[in-house]
Write a protein that binds this ligand. Structure first.
Ligand code: NAP
Length: 283
């Protein structure tokens, strides 16, 4: 049976060190502050933003939620982001995705100053990640790498397969694994022979958003499997969140596996706090 990689416990341990960093900053009269901009009324986004704010406050990081709703114009978001860029008391800015319909995420996120881009999603930070210049790494892939390193310290030479190629998860994930000297294969909806390719992987990271997509047939015995997917299902009238991986079956053959919930999710939020303290330190 696989080791269960408990993201909640690992995130709690990590947050303790972040809390210590916050204390150090405050002793130097630096008061870390994150602005959380939510331009949608999607209920899941509202819950995520609230969770992020609560964790920030519990670690001593100031957080302000800007709840803009569904009908906000692109110009109004742009004005807010530009004002936050100029505000010296704000160290980190998050533009929660998805945005309300009709708003262009890429155009708006690129208005965030790279030195306040807490999720490393501006074109400048993503470019720096790919060229190896100092950068802010996106939170979800950073959290995934952290989880993998808790079960295996040296990833050099291993074959890692990343399913999904978004700018938020898949692409930066592949780059972070490449930086660890993995041989990386990226798979997407047009890929062929997905099952066969996955079966050659030492590490599988799935970020596609399809429940139970990764079955036992995709997994080489002993592989590490990290499930990024979040899929909301209704089973017997009850709402349930599941990942992309058929957890019960895959945990019989993998060496380590992260569950959903309590896998990658808590690490994403923890890295948001880590990046906030990092950005506050650099000021
Ligand atoms: P996204 O932008 O929708 O991208 C999904 C990716 O999956 C695309 O690259 C798509 O390929 C690929 N894909 C879809 N079906 C596939 C298939 N059958 N086989 C192979 N690849 C397939 O999603 P995202 O923002 O990257 O998020 C991915 C998942 O992770 C979602 O479930 C999301 O909710 C979850 N997520 C979780 C966290 C967390 O903190 N736990 C954070 C972010 C996202 P194409 O490019 O060809 O369309």
């Amino acid at each position: 049976m696989a080791t269960i990689i408990n993201g909640k416990d690992i995130a709690n341990d990590f947050c303790r060190t972040i809390g210590e960093k916050v204390d150090e900053l405050k002793a130097q009269k630096v008061f870390p502050c994150i602005a959380l901009v939510n331009a949608s009324s999607d209920p899941a986004s509202e819950i995520y933003v609230l969770k992020k704010s609560k964790l920030a406050e519990s670690l001593g990081i100031k957080s302000t939620i800007y709840k803009l709703g569904d009908n906000v114009s692109s110009d109004k978001i742009a004005d807010l982001l530009q004002n936050l860029n100029k505000d010296d008391t704000v160290h980190a800015i998050l533009l929660q995705s998805p945005l309300a319909n009709g708003l262009n995420f890429r155009k708006l996120v690129d208005l965030i100053a790279p030195e306040k881009d807490v999720d490393g999603l501006t074109t400048i930070n993503q470019g720096r990640l790919f060229t190896g210049e100092p950068h802010v790494a996106p939170c979800t892939p950073s959290g995934v790498l952290h989880l993998i390193l808790t079960v295996l310290e040296n990833l050099s030479g291993l074959h890692a397969v990343v399913l999904g190629r978004s700018s938020i998860v898949g692409k930066p994930m592949a780059q972070l694994l490449l930086n660890e000297n993995c041989t990386v294969t990226m798979l997407h909806s047009k890929s062929q022979n997905i099952t066969e390719i996955c079966r050659t992987a030492d590490i599988i990271v799935s970020a596609i958003g399809k429940s139970k997509y990764i079955t036992k047939d995709f997994v080489k015995p002993g592989a590490i499997v990290i499930d990024v997917g979040i899929n909301r299902l209704e089973i017997d009238g009850k709402k349930k969140i599941v990942g992309d991986v058929d957890f019960d079956a895959v945990s019989e053959i993998a060496s380590a596996i992260s569950p959903v919930p309590n896998g990658v999710g808590p690490m994403t939020v923890a890295y948001l706090m880590h990046n906030t303290t990092h950005l506050a330190t650099k000021k």
